[in-house]
Design a protein around this ligand. Structure first.
Ligand SMILES: Nc1ncnc2c1ncn2[C@@H]1O[C@H](COP(=O)(O)OP(=O)(O)OP(=O)(O)O)[C@@H](O)[C@H]1O
Length: 464
């Protein structure tokens, strides 16, 4: 059971890992990036079903999942309710696309009208919302104290296995903080879903408005770094390096604004919690200098962290919501695809991407990480793990087809490209070796904002 005291007793944090960092460049080429519902947007046909009405008593929630290739609509007719911390307006219809998994919670009771094709729709009175709101209340007291003392607000790492509601809890805690006038930094180091950019990236943004019910947080200027793979395990060295870099820049951002500083940082992590994954979590806790770790639904991880981290880090075990839906590998792959589609086409097909040719000579293409060699073959003093963060120039070839490319903010190759943020993304839709050009899908018309491109492992077929 989480008590307020256990969180409130956290002393304000040390600067153990504070490092210098030179520059902050925020992404300036965003396209409807959100932290919201991942769903394919190609089918928005509202089915002609009759609507169902649900009367929710105090402290209960309506949970529903929208059918594949269908959509659903919810309207609150009476009372008050919220979705993952964002309040619903009365008599306003909210549309949810295929595959959305939604919970509308009410503290005081409400009447909801649900229309459309849902796989399941039911009301539950068993929710962990009281524990979550208590956690928020404790964090809020730490923020007030930080504001009074002009110090740093709470930094919270949300950890746990896959499908326990980590992203949802981050969204809820961020929304509650914003509703009280705070401007927390929301950071996402879960490269599998890439909520700030695309899968294969990590990023952060300062949140000043609650998440939109349908589209999530509106990311007008997220800070995004290219990682290139869908699991932290694929390049552990690079992953840790980028997490550290992200934390450094967040520190600089906090130093620039008293409000952001006292509001704190909320960090969503990947569900990789064993072996190297556990080491990555500890690294992240150190890099962000966290004061609170919320462990969702795993006592083993909770006890491991309690034993391994210093006492000033308060670790709380929180229950998972019974509504959180488990996703298979296939569904995860589908969500990654939807996420990329959404970047180019919008959640409801409301964006129009551009297609144009890029000459091989006009750009420089790199991938990060070279195959590791045995140490005996390396120059004196070099370790094999160094190759993991090495920039490798690529000669354009047919193998680029369908790969996602990040457009680096770096202006020259002398820049530290690996640790520079990215401006946006492209997908290679054709390669013409005879004409030495490749065709890209791009969120904006030519010219490209910069000419240094980084290749991801992740591919996207623009076929729908
Ligand atoms: N109370 C709830 N009722 C219904 N659906 C929910 C509820 N809470 C979360 N969900 C849904 O469950 C899904 C999984 O939740 P979430 O993404 O927060 O889990 P996670 O632990 O972050 O997953 P990952 O393993 O990708 O890190 C999401 O689609 C979310 O919308």
């Amino acid at each position: 059971m989480v008590t307020l005291d256990s969180i409130l007793s956290a002393p304000s944090l040390s600067n153990l890992f504070l490092r210098f960092c030179q520059e902050i460049i925020f992404v300036c080429w965003p396209r409807n990036l959100d932290f919201g519902i991942l769903a394919s947007s190609f089918c928005l046909k509202m089915a002609e079903e009759e609507s169902q009405e649900f009367k929710l008593k105090v402290n209960s929630e309506l949970r529903f999942e929208v059918e594949h290739k269908a959509s659903a609509e919810i309207e609150m007719i009476e009372g008050s309710g919220e979705m993952f911390g964002t309040e619903l307006a009365k008599n306003k219809k909210y549309a949810f696309v295929s595959g959305s998994k939604v919970a509308i919670y009410t503290w005081h009771g409400c009447v909801l009208k649900l229309k459309g094709k849902t796989e399941v729709a039911y009301v539950s009175t068993e929710t962990p919302m009281t524990v979550y709101v208590n956690t928020h209340a404790a964090l809020e007291q730490m923020r007030s104290k930080a504001e009074e003392d002009s110090t740093r607000g709470p930094r919270i790492l949300v950890v746990g296995p896959t499908d326990v509601g980590k992203s949802t809890l981050c969204r809820l805690l961020t929304n509650y903080a914003v509703r009280l006038g705070r401007s927390p930094v929301l950071a996402d180091i879960d490269v599998g879903q890439g909520n700030m950019g695309l899968p294969g990236t990590i990023g952060a943004l300062v949140v000043e408005r609650t998440a939109d019910i349908e589209e999530g947080f509106l990311n007008t200027a997220p800070l995004v770094f290219h990682y290139g793979h869908k699991s932290p395990n694929d390049n552990f060295q690079l992953y840790n390096m980028l997490v550290l870099r992200l934390a450094e820049i967040i520190n600089v951002r906090c130093e620039q604004s008293k409000k952001v500083n006292s509001s704190g940082v909320i960090i969503n992590t990947a569900g990789w919690i064993r072996g190297a994954g556990y080491e990555a979590l500890k690294q992240a806790a150190g890099a962000f200098e966290v004061d609170v770790i919320c462990v969702l639904d795993q006592e083993r991880l909770y006890n491991q962290l309690k034993g391994d981290l210093p006492d000033f880090v308060k670790i709380v075990l929180l229950p998972k919501s019974g509504g959180v839906v488990e996703r298979s590998q296939a569904i995860r792959a589908d969500s990654r695809d939807s996420r990329i589609r959404e970047y180019f086409y919008g959640l409801k097909n409301n964006l129009f991407p551009h297609t144009f040719d890029v000459k091989f000579n006009d750009v420089k293409i790199f991938k990060i990480g070279a195959p590791s060699l045995p140490e005996s073959c390396l120059p004196l003093g070099m370790k094999s793990q160094d190759s993991q963060t090495k920039l490798v120039p690529l000669v354009p070839a047919m193998s680029l087809l369908h790969h996602v490319l990040s457009v680096s903010a770096a202006t020259t190759v002398d820049h530290d490209i690996v640790e520079t943020n990215v401006l946006g993304f492209l997908v290679v839709t054709n390669v013409d070796m005879d004409k030495s050009v490749f065709t890209v899908l791009s969120p904006s018309p030519r010219p490209l904002p910069q000419t240094i491109l980084l290749v991801m492992d992740i591919q996207f077929m623009d076929i729908k």
